[in-house]
Write a protein that binds this ligand. Sequence first.
Ligand SMILES: *Cc1c(COP(=O)(O)O)cnc(C)c1O
Length: 411
Amino acid sequence: MTFGHDEHHWIPESDLEGMSLDTLAVRAGQIRTGQLEHSDAIFPTSSFVYGSAAQAAARFGGEEAGNIYSRFTNPTVQAFEGRIAAMEGGEKAVATASGMSAILATCMSLLQAGDHVVCSRGVFGTTNVLFQKYMARFGVETTFVSVTDMEGWKAAVRPETRMLFLETPSNPLCEVADMAGLSALAKASDALLVVDNCFCTPVLQRPLEQGADLVIHSATKYLDGQGRCVGGVVVGPARYLDEIYGFIRSAGPTMSPFNAWVFQKGLETLPIRMRAHCDNALELARWLEQQSAVTNVFYAGLESHPQHELAKRQQSGFGGIVSFELAGGRAHAWRFIDATRMISITANLGDVKTTITHPATTTHGRLSPEDKEKAGITEGLIRLSVGIEAIDDLKADLQRGFQALNELIDQ
Ligand SMILES: *Cc1c(COP(=O)(O)O)cnc(C)c1O
C-alpha cells in the first residue's frame, strides 16, 4: 500500500489490519493535510515545489521520497490507490486514465514480442481489439477460449504463454470461470493469471486471494458507480506493480487527481451499493424467468445457471448484470427496449441507474456473425445492468416491454 508520505498524515497501514472491507472502503488510503478536513482533500496540481535546490535534487535522485510531477505520483491518486489495494487485498495499486489503459499498461510492462496470451472469448469488446489488433502488431499472439472450458484453456497454453486473461462473470452471459483451476494452470505454465474484476468488484470477489496474480478494474463502472468519470486500476504484488508503474510514468496514461477523488468517494459506498445491486438483480432474474416471452435468463444467482455452485463458492454475491433472451430476435428486443421509459438505453454498466442494451448491435456489434454465435450473443438477447431503484418500479418499467411484445403478437 502506498502510505507514508512525510508531508501528509496517512492513516497508518498497521491500524487497518484486520478491518473489514466495509471499513476499508471508507477509511483506507485516507490522507489529511493538516487543515483537519474530514473529507478527502484533492490535489489538482501538475507539479510540486521543494524547500531548496538540494531537496529538489534529492527528490529527483530518489534519495528522498515525495512528489515531483503528477504524471509520476499525486497524493489524491495515491489515496485512491491505497484504498483499492486494501480492498482487493493487494500489496500495491497503480491507477490509470481508463480501464483500457490499465490493461494496456499490464501488457506493455509484463509481455514482450514472442509471448503468447490466452484470453477468455467473452471479454470486453475493446479488450478483444487490443489483443487481436494492437498487441499482435508487437509480436504478442492471443488465443481466445471459452471462459468455462478448462480443457480449452489447457489446450491453448504453449511454452511461450505468459498470461491468462479473463473476466468472470463474463459479459453479457454471466459465465463463471473456475478460478482455482485457472490459477493452478497458470502456475504450472509459468504464466500470469490476470483477472478483470470489473463485474464483481472486491466486494463480491477477491481474485488475489484465489490465486490470481493481478486484478484489473475499469473504475468507470461500479467503483465510481454514478457514471461521472473514466478510469482504471491494476492491483497486485509490488514486483509486478513497480513494472506497471514504470510504464505509466513513461507512457503517460495517468489518472487525473479529480477522477481519483471521485473514485475515492465512490469506493466509500461500494459495499452498500453492491449489496443493493445484487438484491435487485436476483429478484429481477427470478421475475424474468417467470415471463412467458423470455426463453432464457443468464444470471449466476439462479439455481438454473450451470455455474451456480461455482459462483457461490468463489463470489459472495452474484452481481448486478442480468441478461435475458426473447424469442423474436432483434425486432422484439428493440421493441422491448424502446418500450421502457425510466431505464436508460445505454451500453454503460455498473451505475446506480439501471441501464438496458442490445449487445448484438452495440457492445458486441463489431464481432463477426460466427464470433457472435460462438459467444452466444443472439439477436434476441438483452442485457440489464440493474441499478438501485426500487424493485417494483423496475418491474413496472420492464413490464412496459412485455406489454409492447404482447401488442406486437396481437397485431
Ligand atoms: C468498461 C470495461 C473495460 C474498459 O474500461 P474503460 O474504463 O472504458 O477503459 C474493461 N473491462 C470491462 C469488463 C469493462 O466493462
